[in-house]
Design a protein around this ligand. Sequence first.
Ligand code: CA
Length: 634
Amino acid sequence: MMSCNSNKEEKQKTGPQEVVKVKSDIDKIEPPHWWTGFKNEKLQLLVKHPNIGSATPEISYSGVALEKVHKADSPNYLFLDLSISDEAEAGKFNIKFKLEDGSELFQTYELKERKKPSDEYVGFNSSDAIYLITPDRFANGDLSNDAFDNLNEKTINRSEDYARHGGDIAGITNNLDYIDNMGFTAIWPGPLLINDMATGSYHGYAMTDFYKVDPRFGTLEEYKKLAQEMQNRDMKLIMDQVANHSGLEHWWMKDLPFKDWVNFQEHYENNKTDWNWETVKTSNHKRTVNQDLYASAEDKKNLSDGWFVDSMPDLNQRNPYMANYIIQNSIWWIETLQLGGIRQDTYPYPDKDFMNDWTGAIMEEYPNFNIVGEEWSYNPALVAYWQKGHKNSDGYESNLRSTMDFPMQGLIIEGLKEKDSWDKGLIKIYEGLANDFVYANPQDLMVFPDNHDMSRIFTQLDGNLTNTKMALSYLLVLPRIPQIYYGTEILMDDFEKPGDHGLIRTDFPGGWEGDAVNAFTGEGLTEDQKEMQPFLKKLLNYRKDSKAIHSGKTIHFGPENGVYLLARQNENETVVHIINKNEEPYELNLERFEELGLNGKTVKNIITGKTFTWDENLIFDEAGSTILTTKTDD
Ligand code: CA
């Protein structure tokens, strides 16, 4: 990012980059370090230390200017605006804080060299298949980090659905072979940052420090190792981030920098000593107010400012220091872990304009990156609103490339469960996909059979293996980015208490020493599980190299007599997906599908490997999904 080499050499000669004596007088400085060579030269440091608000800071480092110093409402904070020009070299320097009594404090700050240029950060896209993992429940790779006495939740108990079970980063890293061989190209682990909460800390969505890995998941070094090993395999690591809220035990809740750092802060401060869960102003969860032409100001305020739940303070992103803090935190993690994407929790809940600034700042720095925002709505119009390129009547121009396809998820369940008629069954899935015209970029939507917040697909489909295979195979050929929740490949379920969060996030068998069943090795799996796992593995591995599925055109034919055919096609490859609901033998006349140009061609069944000539008809012995390809050579 150097603009002029000769200038740089001169600076090196005259600059103050001598060896710096490392000092660490200040309690907290964030981001803990930064990098040279960003497009955006601005950096805002949060400094926290007793009475630091009355200090005068100084920085002397070539290429770095201290532009402005801001006091906060609390005397224990300072915010420093730095400008890091493209002439700044990577290195360490000391920030001097002159106190009122004449004494001085020093804090060493480091600017690192970036590992790769911004445009090499390629985000997940429709060529990927994402494996979603709840880290506490996947595999316990390190028994020594299961519990810590100095944390609020001290116990580990695998028989309690809402307790910690001991899964960790090492558990994911140790099993990368399995995930890779299954055919997944990206992993989205649930949040791995510290949740020092008294209960329910296993899920990770109540962060108490946005720069610290939860020690029960491992160390920052282990997180980096996971990232590196995934990169070595050409896999993408997606980080689950939360801009809407923190956990109540977040360190800043004990000394809030500004009077408006969190929403409904007054209420919190007045009740701090006698915290009354019932009187907390929680969000009304009326997410439609973001689009609703008739929404009241009252409803809008309650959605965005109400706390998500009573143990998660709602961050006020209209405070510019908070806004900077969140944006810089995301960039810090992208650089630290060389991320291949971010999943942003509860996208419609934070201040809408801030959310767009956040996405815009990241995409501006990393033009090929990707972020998926969670909008839990079954209405395609609401989902489409958030996607970049969509023309919204209120003028909102979103920077978000990827949104979640809850509408398709819901329709697949309904369409497969219902008995077919003119307006029920497969027609719902067919018409659901026909809604793609509302999306600016359908292939950038993330589609999924279920996730960590909803009943397992096998449970939603009443334990019907055939229907579950239909749902998954259909998802994997759609013009979408598919996401599959860990354990789906072995039909994990929550029949005992459908929808119960603790149960949805059951332990992956084989992830713990001594497990009777081991899904990594196949030991102890049932016949149904042994059928599902290779089914998914074959499809995912085919999908990995299928340009027709990644970016080909899509053609589908309206369902007739319980049969629905969808094709993905480019000039070298056609993939045909057929859902057949007929339990009795059924003969499908292929005449209707002539426009696919397959007549007389050899096609291969991706699951069975059998080849045959596409001719007059196809005979199905039983209900199921059939996935065919014209690529027959391998
Ligand atoms: Ca562990």
